[in-house]
Design a protein around this ligand. Structure first.
Ligand SMILES: C[S@@+](CC[C@H](N)C(=O)[O-])C[C@H]1O[C@@H](n2cnc3c(N)ncnc32)[C@H](O)[C@@H]1O
Length: 234
Protein backbone atom coordinates (compact mmCIF):
# COMPACT_ATOMS: atom_id res chain seq x y z
CA UNK A 1 0.00 0.00 0.00
CA UNK A 2 2.21 2.89 -1.19
CA UNK A 3 -0.25 5.42 0.26
CA UNK A 4 0.51 4.50 3.89
CA UNK A 5 2.03 7.39 5.81
CA UNK A 6 5.32 7.07 7.69
CA UNK A 7 3.44 7.22 11.00
CA UNK A 8 1.16 4.34 9.92
CA UNK A 9 4.09 2.20 8.77
CA UNK A 10 6.02 2.82 11.99
CA UNK A 11 2.93 1.97 14.03
CA UNK A 12 2.62 -1.38 12.22
CA UNK A 13 6.34 -1.95 12.82
CA UNK A 14 5.96 -1.13 16.52
CA UNK A 15 3.11 -3.64 16.85
CA UNK A 16 5.28 -6.30 15.24
CA UNK A 17 8.20 -5.56 17.55
CA UNK A 18 6.06 -5.22 20.70
CA UNK A 19 2.93 -7.25 19.94
CA UNK A 20 -0.19 -6.98 22.04
CA UNK A 21 -1.72 -9.99 23.76
CA UNK A 22 -4.71 -9.28 21.51
CA UNK A 23 -2.61 -10.15 18.46
CA UNK A 24 -3.10 -13.74 17.17
CA UNK A 25 0.63 -13.69 16.30
CA UNK A 26 1.68 -12.51 19.76
CA UNK A 27 3.58 -15.69 20.65
CA UNK A 28 5.81 -15.78 17.57
CA UNK A 29 6.35 -12.03 17.36
CA UNK A 30 7.30 -11.71 21.02
CA UNK A 31 9.75 -14.58 20.84
CA UNK A 32 11.21 -13.33 17.54
CA UNK A 33 12.12 -10.03 19.19
CA UNK A 34 13.94 -11.87 21.98
CA UNK A 35 15.80 -14.18 19.58
CA UNK A 36 16.83 -11.36 17.24
CA UNK A 37 17.91 -9.18 20.17
CA UNK A 38 20.24 -11.92 21.35
CA UNK A 39 21.65 -12.55 17.88
CA UNK A 40 22.13 -8.83 17.21
CA UNK A 41 24.10 -8.56 20.47
CA UNK A 42 26.74 -10.82 18.85
CA UNK A 43 27.37 -8.31 16.04
CA UNK A 44 29.91 -5.44 16.06
CA UNK A 45 28.64 -2.53 18.12
CA UNK A 46 28.90 0.16 15.43
CA UNK A 47 29.43 0.93 11.75
CA UNK A 48 27.08 -1.74 10.45
CA UNK A 49 25.86 -1.73 6.86
CA UNK A 50 22.42 -3.33 6.86
CA UNK A 51 20.07 -4.58 4.15
CA UNK A 52 16.45 -5.10 5.18
CA UNK A 53 15.05 -7.45 2.56
CA UNK A 54 11.27 -7.06 2.52
CA UNK A 55 11.84 -3.79 4.38
CA UNK A 56 8.41 -2.24 4.03
CA UNK A 57 7.92 -1.80 7.79
CA UNK A 58 11.38 -2.47 9.32
CA UNK A 59 10.14 -3.68 12.72
CA UNK A 60 13.59 -4.79 13.86
CA UNK A 61 15.45 -1.60 12.93
CA UNK A 62 15.05 -0.15 16.47
CA UNK A 63 17.10 -3.09 17.80
CA UNK A 64 20.09 -1.67 15.89
CA UNK A 65 19.88 1.94 17.01
CA UNK A 66 23.31 3.59 17.33
CA UNK A 67 25.08 0.73 15.55
CA UNK A 68 24.27 1.40 11.90
CA UNK A 69 26.34 3.29 9.31
CA UNK A 70 23.96 2.60 6.41
CA UNK A 71 20.49 0.99 6.46
CA UNK A 72 18.95 0.03 3.10
CA UNK A 73 15.29 -0.99 3.08
CA UNK A 74 14.55 -3.03 -0.06
CA UNK A 75 11.04 -4.10 -0.97
CA UNK A 76 8.82 -4.96 -3.90
CA UNK A 77 6.52 -2.14 -2.85
CA UNK A 78 7.41 1.52 -2.66
CA UNK A 79 6.59 3.19 0.63
CA UNK A 80 7.84 6.40 2.16
CA UNK A 81 10.41 4.38 4.12
CA UNK A 82 11.55 2.04 1.32
CA UNK A 83 14.97 3.00 -0.06
CA UNK A 84 15.21 0.64 -3.04
CA UNK A 85 12.31 -0.98 -4.87
CA UNK A 86 12.84 -4.30 -6.61
CA UNK A 87 12.45 -8.05 -6.47
CA UNK A 88 14.50 -10.03 -4.00
CA UNK A 89 15.19 -12.42 -6.88
CA UNK A 90 17.32 -9.68 -8.52
CA UNK A 91 19.21 -7.87 -5.79
CA UNK A 92 20.83 -4.76 -7.30
CA UNK A 93 23.77 -4.60 -4.88
CA UNK A 94 27.47 -5.21 -5.36
CA UNK A 95 29.03 -8.26 -3.74
CA UNK A 96 30.50 -7.92 -0.24
CA UNK A 97 28.38 -4.85 0.57
CA UNK A 98 26.59 -5.65 3.83
CA UNK A 99 27.49 -6.74 7.36
CA UNK A 100 23.92 -7.78 8.07
CA UNK A 101 20.88 -8.79 6.03
CA UNK A 102 17.54 -8.93 7.83
CA UNK A 103 14.88 -10.99 6.06
CA UNK A 104 11.83 -11.49 8.27
CA UNK A 105 8.61 -12.79 6.76
CA UNK A 106 9.82 -12.52 3.20
CA UNK A 107 11.39 -15.84 2.15
CA UNK A 108 7.84 -17.21 2.04
CA UNK A 109 7.29 -15.09 -1.08
CA UNK A 110 10.22 -16.07 -3.31
CA UNK A 111 9.38 -18.73 -5.92
CA UNK A 112 13.06 -19.86 -5.82
CA UNK A 113 14.29 -19.23 -2.26
CA UNK A 114 17.61 -21.04 -2.84
CA UNK A 115 18.50 -18.54 -5.57
CA UNK A 116 17.67 -15.57 -3.33
CA UNK A 117 19.75 -17.04 -0.50
CA UNK A 118 22.71 -17.24 -2.95
CA UNK A 119 22.21 -13.58 -3.80
CA UNK A 120 22.05 -12.59 -0.14
CA UNK A 121 25.20 -14.62 0.45
CA UNK A 122 26.99 -12.70 -2.33
CA UNK A 123 25.75 -9.32 -1.04
CA UNK A 124 27.17 -10.06 2.44
CA UNK A 125 30.75 -9.24 3.38
CA UNK A 126 32.90 -12.13 4.62
CA UNK A 127 31.79 -12.76 8.21
CA UNK A 128 28.46 -11.06 7.45
CA UNK A 129 25.26 -12.42 8.90
CA UNK A 130 21.76 -13.13 7.62
CA UNK A 131 18.96 -13.00 10.20
CA UNK A 132 15.76 -14.63 9.03
CA UNK A 133 12.29 -15.52 10.18
CA UNK A 134 10.04 -17.79 8.15
CA UNK A 135 6.62 -19.34 8.65
CA UNK A 136 6.47 -23.05 9.49
CA UNK A 137 3.08 -24.29 10.76
CA UNK A 138 1.33 -21.10 9.90
CA UNK A 139 -1.73 -20.08 7.91
CA UNK A 140 -1.56 -18.27 4.60
CA UNK A 141 -1.97 -14.50 4.74
CA UNK A 142 -1.95 -13.56 1.05
CA UNK A 143 -2.04 -15.44 -2.24
CA UNK A 144 1.45 -14.22 -3.19
CA UNK A 145 3.06 -16.46 -0.55
CA UNK A 146 4.74 -19.58 -1.97
CA UNK A 147 6.23 -21.48 0.96
CA UNK A 148 6.15 -22.62 4.56
CA UNK A 149 9.38 -24.14 5.91
CA UNK A 150 10.50 -27.27 7.71
CA UNK A 151 13.76 -27.09 9.64
CA UNK A 152 15.61 -29.20 7.06
CA UNK A 153 14.21 -27.23 4.11
CA UNK A 154 15.40 -24.01 5.69
CA UNK A 155 18.80 -25.65 6.27
CA UNK A 156 19.01 -26.48 2.57
CA UNK A 157 18.15 -22.87 1.58
CA UNK A 158 20.97 -21.71 3.89
CA UNK A 159 23.48 -24.30 2.63
CA UNK A 160 25.97 -21.72 1.23
CA UNK A 161 26.60 -20.33 4.73
CA UNK A 162 29.45 -21.53 6.93
CA UNK A 163 27.53 -21.38 10.21
CA UNK A 164 23.78 -21.81 10.57
CA UNK A 165 21.57 -21.81 13.66
CA UNK A 166 17.84 -22.50 13.32
CA UNK A 167 15.48 -22.13 16.27
CA UNK A 168 11.70 -22.44 16.55
CA UNK A 169 10.07 -19.15 17.52
CA UNK A 170 7.54 -21.30 19.34
CA UNK A 171 7.59 -25.04 19.91
CA UNK A 172 4.64 -27.39 19.43
CA UNK A 173 2.47 -26.17 22.34
CA UNK A 174 2.92 -22.51 21.48
CA UNK A 175 2.51 -23.32 17.80
CA UNK A 176 -0.78 -25.06 18.57
CA UNK A 177 -2.06 -22.01 20.48
CA UNK A 178 -0.97 -19.71 17.68
CA UNK A 179 -2.68 -21.75 14.97
CA UNK A 180 -5.90 -21.94 17.04
CA UNK A 181 -5.81 -18.15 17.38
CA UNK A 182 -5.15 -17.78 13.68
CA UNK A 183 -8.17 -19.97 12.87
CA UNK A 184 -10.47 -18.20 15.33
CA UNK A 185 -9.38 -14.81 14.01
CA UNK A 186 -10.25 -15.96 10.48
CA UNK A 187 -13.64 -17.21 11.57
CA UNK A 188 -14.74 -14.04 13.35
CA UNK A 189 -16.12 -12.35 10.28
CA UNK A 190 -17.80 -9.26 11.72
CA UNK A 191 -15.88 -6.38 13.30
CA UNK A 192 -17.93 -6.72 16.51
CA UNK A 193 -17.24 -10.44 16.86
CA UNK A 194 -13.58 -9.94 16.04
CA UNK A 195 -13.19 -7.18 18.63
CA UNK A 196 -14.83 -9.34 21.29
CA UNK A 197 -12.64 -12.32 20.36
CA UNK A 198 -9.46 -10.20 20.36
CA UNK A 199 -10.28 -8.74 23.78
CA UNK A 200 -11.19 -12.07 25.42
CA UNK A 201 -10.34 -15.46 23.92
CA UNK A 202 -7.24 -14.38 22.00
CA UNK A 203 -5.34 -13.04 25.06
CA UNK A 204 -6.36 -16.10 27.11
CA UNK A 205 -4.96 -18.46 24.48
CA UNK A 206 -1.80 -16.34 24.20
CA UNK A 207 -1.27 -16.39 27.97
CA UNK A 208 -1.81 -20.17 28.03
CA UNK A 209 0.73 -20.54 25.21
CA UNK A 210 3.19 -18.25 26.96
CA UNK A 211 2.94 -20.25 30.18
CA UNK A 212 3.36 -23.60 28.43
CA UNK A 213 6.31 -22.33 26.38
CA UNK A 214 7.82 -20.76 29.52
CA UNK A 215 7.46 -24.04 31.43
CA UNK A 216 9.45 -25.73 28.63
CA UNK A 217 7.13 -28.73 28.73
CA UNK A 218 8.42 -29.91 25.37
CA UNK A 219 11.03 -29.09 22.78
CA UNK A 220 9.06 -30.92 20.11
CA UNK A 221 8.95 -28.64 17.07
CA UNK A 222 6.57 -30.52 14.78
CA UNK A 223 4.02 -27.71 15.18
CA UNK A 224 6.60 -24.92 15.40
CA UNK A 225 4.85 -21.77 14.25
CA UNK A 226 7.90 -20.08 12.72
CA UNK A 227 11.62 -20.61 12.57
CA UNK A 228 14.23 -17.93 13.10
CA UNK A 229 17.65 -18.44 11.55
CA UNK A 230 21.13 -17.03 12.01
CA UNK A 231 23.48 -17.70 9.06
CA UNK A 232 27.06 -16.45 8.84
CA UNK A 233 29.17 -16.21 5.71
CA UNK A 234 32.71 -17.56 6.15
C1 LIG B 1 4.98 -10.20 5.54
S1 LIG B 1 5.77 -8.74 4.99
C2 LIG B 1 7.15 -8.70 6.09
C3 LIG B 1 7.61 -7.31 6.29
C4 LIG B 1 8.74 -7.13 7.33
N1 LIG B 1 9.97 -7.71 6.87
C5 LIG B 1 8.34 -7.67 8.67
O1 LIG B 1 9.02 -8.53 9.22
O2 LIG B 1 7.33 -7.19 9.20
C6 LIG B 1 6.53 -9.31 3.46
C7 LIG B 1 7.22 -8.20 2.71
O3 LIG B 1 7.95 -8.77 1.61
C8 LIG B 1 7.74 -8.00 0.45
N2 LIG B 1 7.95 -8.85 -0.72
C9 LIG B 1 7.14 -9.82 -1.19
N3 LIG B 1 7.67 -10.39 -2.28
C10 LIG B 1 8.85 -9.77 -2.52
C11 LIG B 1 9.87 -9.89 -3.51
N4 LIG B 1 9.76 -10.79 -4.47
N5 LIG B 1 10.93 -9.09 -3.42
C12 LIG B 1 11.05 -8.16 -2.44
N6 LIG B 1 10.13 -7.99 -1.46
C13 LIG B 1 9.04 -8.78 -1.51
C14 LIG B 1 6.32 -7.48 0.60
O4 LIG B 1 6.09 -6.34 -0.19
C15 LIG B 1 6.25 -7.20 2.10
O5 LIG B 1 6.66 -5.89 2.41
Amino acid sequence: MPSQSKAELLEIARHRLYPSLRDPNYLVLRRRRLILTEWISRLPTDGLTVLDLGGRYQPYRPLLVGRVRRYVAFDLLQTVITDVVGRGEHLPFRGNSFDLVIATGVFEYFPKPHDVAEQVFNALKPGGVLLMSVGAVSGRYVDEEHWRYMRSGLGSVLAPFAEVEIVPEVYTLGGFCRIVNFGLDLMTKTALLRNVYRATVCPMINVAGLMMEGAKLTTNDQLAGNYAAWARKA
